[in-house]
Design a protein. Sequence first.
Length: 183
Amino acid sequence: MTDHLIEKTISTKSIFKGKIIDLEVQDVVLPDGQESKREIIHHPGAVAVVAFTDEGKLILVKQYRKALEKVIAEIPAGKLEVGEDPLECARRELEEETGVKAEELSKLHSFYTSPGFANEIVYVYLAEGLKVGTLNMDEDEFVERIDVTLEEAKQMIATEEIHDAKTIYAIQYWELIEAKAHE
């Protein structure tokens, strides 16, 4: 049992409610009985899509990320709307950002991005049976699609053009399936 590790919340104060995140400060009782504060970010969650072209290239989108003050390349991804099914969100985001539709989407995994202070979860899907769809980005979204080989993707990690966990996860997944294909 892990009950001896649980912190009990004794009060919560909302600090900020935004378009994407909410921030609150919680007063907690620690497992040893002492009190502490926790700053918690609430996020509705997100999806990310691993999609390969008929030529065997990974579809990425380049996007300026203000928090980083730089452009990085990422697998297509997006925020869940309140109550939205992650599978439907993945279908929508893939088409909106890349102009590609998937006949089939299957969940690969999900993970928390920063569990020390945020509850954001990302659901990662594999897209198969790609067809031409309709590019339809959000009005405040500016992305550029690029298709890369595995070697190009690994070089982009080395140069930090790819510098986020979900995309590095996708490339490690790709390396694994390539290795299994050559066994």
